[in-house]
Structures are given as structure tokens and as C-alpha cells.
Design a protein around this ligand. Sequence first.
Ligand code: HEC
Ligand code: HEC
Length: 325
Amino acid sequence: MKTRYKVLLALAGILLLFVLFVQIGGNKKFDAPYPEITAGTDPEIIARGEYLVFGPAHCATCHVPMDKIMAVEEGLKIPLSGGWEVAIPPGTLRAPNLTPDPETGIGNRTDGELARTLRSGIGHDGRYIMPVMPYSQMSDADLTAIISYLRSQPAVKNPMKPTQYSFLGKALIAFGMLKPTPPAEQPPADVPRDAGTAYGRYMATAVANCMGCHTEMDLMSGQFTKPHFSGGFVFEPDAFSQGYGFVSPNLTPHPEYGIMTTWTAETFISRMRAGRVYKGSPMPWGALSRMDSTDSQAIFAFLQSLDPIDNKIEKIVYAPGEEMK
Ligand code: HEC
Ligand code: HEC
């Protein structure tokens, strides 16, 4: 055989091994201990769960059919039968049915499996889940409330296609660049609800994800590249944004570059209540507009207590077709 063919054959062999490695390694299973969470039927706990699901924790903005998202945004409480879908380079992610249906929903999932997904980003079957649900520091009490609420909904049968990783996504998983992250600290058992900064920090970082969206991030590594809450996360146009692009504003009390520089607690509370201004904004305004005033007040007090960060956000809304900086 000519050397040229030998080289080609060797290259083809290497390519085949690479593809096999990615196809097998991309379905890698992960493990982490199951949190000790037990759902219950106490109406007060279920009510707290319902408040979190449709309000600050905004699970309902993703876990409903695509054509119901605006209805939920406007305040309709429907069973979380799944359906939201987003196509990003690592794959097509699909938010599943969270009603108690045993076949297509969570009827056969244990409390531990559900809690572990939220704490560590591992599916019930051990698969890696992209960090679209940053609730790893949610308290035991709030996790219990949410799971108790999920179990109290009527069961809805809604078979759905599962999340599908692309070749790129599988390669990132196979090579260990995408992997579940355990909670950075021991999550709290409970956080007392009052208008103070401790509860505000908890809501803004562990429940409502203000931090995840209002901090600049390197999307390949998932690492924050600027101080927390200083804005600059870029949201490229997608199916939901109607062609608009967004960059999140700076929420720190910087006299020039903070978006809330002149705001009082009252301004903040009424701004949150007023809800959506830009139709295609990724911020879950509907859900967050239903936060009670204690929650809003606590979040504002916490944001005001941050160091002012001089991160200038040039522009927040980009029209369809406009180049984003
Ligand atoms: C930004 C959208 C979004 C939000 C908000 C969200 N989820 Fe999800 N969720 C998803 C997607 C997408 C998946 C599918 C991930 C996958 O299969 O890789 C998912 C998967 C799940 C799963 C299934 C894990 C498994 O074992 O297969 C559970 C349980 C879950 N979410 C619960 C919740 C709860 C509870 C909340 C609120 C506290 C919530 N989610 C908020 C998008 C979201
Ligand atoms: C999914 C991403 C996302 C989440 C979660 C999110 N935001 Fe935003 N936020 C944005 C984007 C993008 C904008 C700019 C577009 C707009 O105003 O809707 C914005 C705008 C704002 C504004 C400016 C409003 C104005 O009138 O100019 C404030 C204040 C704000 N967010 C506070 C918060 C707080 C507090 C939380 C948590 C309780 C939060 N955001 C959660 C993405 C997010």
C-alpha cells in the first residue's frame, strides 16, 4: 500500500475513535448524594412552594408548553406539564413535565432525585444537565416547599421528546469541560423571611437568579468574568426575543453606571410590580412582578449594600439586525 493511503487510513481510524469516544462519553452518568428532602402535604408549605414556582423561582416560565408561556407570564397558574425548548450550540434543551403523571411526569421520581437535580444539575438518570437551573444554594425548606407543591398539582399526561445534545455538547461532556457542579457551600436549612440583606442576598443569588443574569459570563466555561451584579450578560436574539438582543444592566449602587442610582426602595418595589416593558426581554418579569413586597424590599436592601462597580453598560436593548457589542 502507498504511504499516502496508510496515512489516510490511520487518520480515518483516529477520527472513528474520536467519534466513538464522544458518542459514548457524551452520555456519561454522574453521581452525587441525594439531598435529605421529604415532600409533605402541609397546606402552608405547599402555598410557599406555589408562590416560589410561579413567582421568584420562576420554574413556571420554562416548564409549560411554548404557547402557554405568555399566559403564565401574565399570571395564569396552569399545571407544569412541560414544553419550553431552546436550541443552543451544545444541544436542544427541553423542559420536561413536572406534574405527578407516572409515565410522562415526575410521578415515579423520588424527592431525592428531584432535589438533586436542583442542587447539583444531575438528572434522575444520572445525566449531565446544563446550568439553566441555578438553584444549588436553595434552602432545604424552600426545596421541600417546591417539591411538595409539584406533587400537589393535577397529573397531566404530556409525552415529550427529551433534551438532545449536539455533537459539540457531547464532546464537551466527554472531555469533561461540561460537568455537574456540586453546591459551592452547604445550602442553608432555612432562611428567615424579613426585609433584611441576608434574606435579600439569598433571594437574589439562590432563588430568583438575579445574579446569574446580571453578571457578565464566559458562556463556554460558565464562569463569571466581572464582579457579581455589575451587569453585562449578553442575550443574543432567540426565538422568544423577537429578534431583539439584550445586555443586562448593572444593579450595583454605582453613581454613574448603576441602573438604580436614583431609586428608593419604593421605586424598586413599584418597578418590579409594573413588570415587563420590552416584549422580548429574557428577564422573567411576569413571575418576578408577583414577588411580595418583603421579598422586593430585601433584594433592594441587599443590592444597595454591594460595592459600587464601575462597569459601564453602553446599551441594554438592540434592535433586530443591530450588531451587539
Ligand atoms: C430557564 C428555564 C428553566 C427554569 C427557570 C427551570 N427549569 Fe427545570 N428544566 C429546564 C430544562 C431545559 C430541563 C431539561 C434539562 C435536561 O433534560 O437536560 C429541566 C429539567 C428539570 C427537571 C428534570 C430533571 C430530570 O431528572 O430529568 C426537574 C425536576 C426540574 N427541571 C425542576 C425545576 C424546578 C423545580 C424549577 C424551579 C425551581 C425549574 N426546574 C426551573 C429548564 C428550566
Ligand atoms: C433571565 C435573566 C434575568 C433574570 C433572572 C433577572 N434579570 Fe433583571 N434584567 C435582565 C435583562 C436582560 C434586563 C434588560 C431588559 C429589561 O429591562 O427587561 C433586565 C433589567 C433589569 C432592571 C432594569 C429595569 C429598568 O426599568 O430599567 C432591573 C432593576 C432588574 N433587571 C433587576 C432584576 C432583579 C432584582 C432580578 C432578580 C429578582 C432580576 N433582574 C432577574 C435579565 C434578567
